[in-house]
Structure formats: structure tokens, C-alpha cells
Design a protein around this ligand. Structure first.
Ligand SMILES: *[C@@H]1O[C@H](CO)[C@@H](O)[C@H](O)[C@H]1NC(C)=O
Ligand SMILES: *[C@@H]1O[C@H](CO)[C@@H](O)[C@H](O)[C@H]1NC(C)=O
Length: 331
């Protein structure tokens, strides 16, 4: 059964974007993943569900399925819509090429209206004068999980194309951009950074999605930006996060699998953007370098320190870091 499932996934992926899954039939594999959303509704992810190829093809053909909403200190609540290949939409907006640009990308079953967008945006605008661009890819994100996951690279390339256009219209440099994505959105920002040749200053993956991504070459990786960071909060078996190091610096708060004060997988998963937003405000969470994954589990990391998250565009760092946090904001 395990082998059959593996073969199906491998061929489904190959069909769409020729990204072979590593041939490792012994990898832990769980077909169904259940989780309960904010409204208390239980969703089952069937990793063997047949993806909706018509929707994927549409997403690949029409990058304008992505929408971009600008927030600045002059419009913290009401967004301005920026449109690919429409220079007027950018010239007539509050976009300021002289300040950093933060791009926020949501995950599965979400939209621009849902977290992490409101919290991360408000943390940034309270802290500093930046452009916050909230990406909405809900047309695909609202579909079933296998379809959404397969369409992620096309969504990411669309975001990259939009940022290239923004740069061509305003001169806003890639080295002043920070792309932040949650869950499937972490792989979206990875692909966006890759589309731009890894030139954006920072890419941050907030608990990058795990199911269907462990052996997927389209996942977030260290070369997607000048500095790439991942924050892992729900990485256990059957968790929603990938749970293993994928970036330049990978943080494992509280060991990376379960978070204090959380009883559900979704709560662990969401803690990634909650921690990140808190560090934009306070820059207070400090990890210690680990040399092995066992050190992460045993909480015996004693290496050099690196701060988790924060808004520093010139951040550098490498390796795996563990830290312990509190159970309530600001953790
Ligand atoms: C937008 O602004 C740029 C820079 O000021 C200018 O070169 C360009 O012509 C403007 N485009 C439109 C459509 O107004
Ligand atoms: C930003 O400031 C407003 C007003 O002071 C406050 O209500 C909000 O909670 C702050 N947001 C964050 C994320 O700190």
C-alpha cells in the first residue's frame, strides 16, 4: 500500500512539473491527515486525491489569478490594489520605493483576509515605515490540498513576475524585499524568490507545509533568497509542517513539534506566524545553534546564538537552532 501510494504521488508530480520525488519507499508516509480549523470544523487531507488538472492549467496560464494588496502607514486598514502590467495601479498608489517591501503570502484554505496577514502586517506597520504587499492566491488555495500543492510553483512564479514588474516600474530594489509565507505560502515565496534568481534580501518560511513536500524539489530552499529562514512549529509525524531543515537557518521553537499552550496541530502550526510577528515587534527570541537533530529533541543545543525572525533585512546565519518560548504573546 505504501509503495502504491508512493508511485501515485511520484507520477502525479512528474506529470505536472517534472519534479521527481526521491526514490525512497521507506519514508514515513501517512495517507490521511486530519486537522481541525479555527471554526472547529475537521478537514481530512487525502494525499492520494486526484488533483484538479483543469484548475492547475488555468493557474499556470493566468498569473492574474494572484491579487496584490498594498498597505502602508498612510493606509493601514484599507488596501490599494496593485495589478500586474498596470503601471498606473502602482504609480497612483502609496507605494514608496525608498522603504523596504514586505510581501505576505497565506496558506491553504486561506485568503488575504485571514491570518497571518492581519497580524504580521500590523506588527510591521506599527514598527516601521514599510510597504506591505499582501498576496491573495485564494482561487487555488481554496481547492483540495493535492491540487493546491501542485499549483504552488506556478503561484510563486506569478509572485516573482509581479515583483519584477514592480521593480521595473518603481526601481524598488530586490535587496530591499522580504518575502514571508506561511505553510503552503512558504513554498510559494520560495518559488517567487527562485523566479528572481535568489536576489531578494530575505525569504521567511513560517512552518513550511510538510505533506507532499518532503521529497519535492519545488519546495522552499536556501538558494531562494540572499538569506532564507524557516521556523518549524508543527513538524511531528502527521503534523502540518515539514519538520526538517530546508533553509539557511532553521529554527525549532520548543523542539519544533508541539508548542506550549497548544492542544491541536493547527495551534502548533499557527504558532509560527505568531512567533514571527512578535519578533518583528520585540526581536526578543534567541535560538542556540545545534549540531544534530537529537540535540534539538533533547534540548542540548549549546552553539552560537541567532535571533529568530525579526525585521532585519541584512540578517545572516546558518544551521539549526532551538529555543524555548512562553505559551502566551509575546511568547
Ligand atoms: C510611472 O512612474 C514612472 C516613474 O515615475 C514613469 O516612468 C512611468 O511613465 C509612469 N507610468 C505611468 C503609466 O504613469
Ligand atoms: C499595532 O498597534 C495597534 C494600536 O496601538 C494595536 O492595537 C495592535 O495590537 C498592534 N499590532 C501588533 C501586532 O502589535
Amino acid at each position: 500500500m505504501k509503495v502504491v501510494a508512493f508511485l501515485f504521488l511520484a507520477s502525479a508530480t512528474l506529470l505536472v512539473n517534472s519534479s521527481p520525488i526521491k526514490e525512497d519507499v521507506e519514508a514515513p508516509y501517512q495517507r490521511f491527515i486530519e486537522f481541525t480549523d479555527e471554526e472547529g470544523q475537521t478537514h481530512t487531507i487525502d494525499l492520494e486525491a486526484k488533483p484538479n488538472m483543469e484548475l492547475i492549467e488555468e493557474i499556470e496560464r493566468i498569473p492574474a489569478n494572484n491579487a496584490y494588496y498594498l498597505f502602508t502607514r498612510r493606509n493601514q486598514i484599507l488596501s490599494q490594489t496593485l495589478t500586474l502590467n498596470n503601471a498606473n495601479s502602482i504609480n497612483n498608489s502609496n507605494f514608496n520605493a525608498a522603504v523596504p517591501t514586505i510581501v505576505i503570502v497565506h496558506g491553504w484554505l486561506s485568503s488575504r483576509l485571514t491570518e497571518p496577514n492581519p497580524t504580521v502586517r500590523s506588527a510591521y506597520l506599527n514598527k516601521s515605515d514599510v510597504n506591505v504587499i499582501v498576496v491573495d492566491w485564494s482561487r487555488l488555495a481554496m481547492s483540495d490540498y493535492t491540487t493546491a500543492a501542485l499549483g504552488v510553483p506556478a503561484i510563486g512564479r506569478g509572485v516573482g513576475e509581479f515583483l519584477r514588474f514592480l521593480n521595473s516600474v518603481t526601481g524598488a530594489p530586490f535587496e530591499n524585499m522580504h518575502l514571508v509565507g506561511f505553510s503552503l505560502g512558504a513554498h510559494v515565496v520560495g518559488n517567487a524568490g527562485r523566479e528572481l534568481g535568489g536576489r531578494v534580501a530575505r525569504v521567511t518560511g513560517l512552518d513550511p507545509a510538510g505533506p507532499l513536500w518532503n521529497y519535492n524539489t519545488n519546495r522552499l530552499r536556501a538558494s531562494d533568497g540572499v538569506y532564507v529562514e524557516a521556523i518549524h512549529t508543527d513538524g511531528g509525524l502527521g503534523g502540518l509542517g515539514i519538520g526538517s531543515a530546508v533553509a539557511d537557518a532553521d529554527f525549532f521553537p520548543n523542539g519544533g513539534n508541539s508548542q506550549p499552550g497548544c492542544l491541536t496541530s493547527l495551534c502548533n502550526h499557527n504558532r509560527a506566524w505568531e512567533l514571527f510577528a512578535a519578533t518583528v515587534t520585540y526581536n526578543h527570541l534567541v535560538g542556540q545553534l545545534c549540531t544534530t537533530t537529537l540535540q534539538i529533541t533533547w534540548n542540548t543545543c549549546r552553539g552560537q546564538q541567532l535571533r529568530l525572525g525579526n525585521e532585519d533585512l541584512r540578517k545572516t546565519g546558518r544551521g539549526m537552532y532551538r529555543l524555548d518560548t512562553g505559551r502566551r504573546y509575546p511568547y
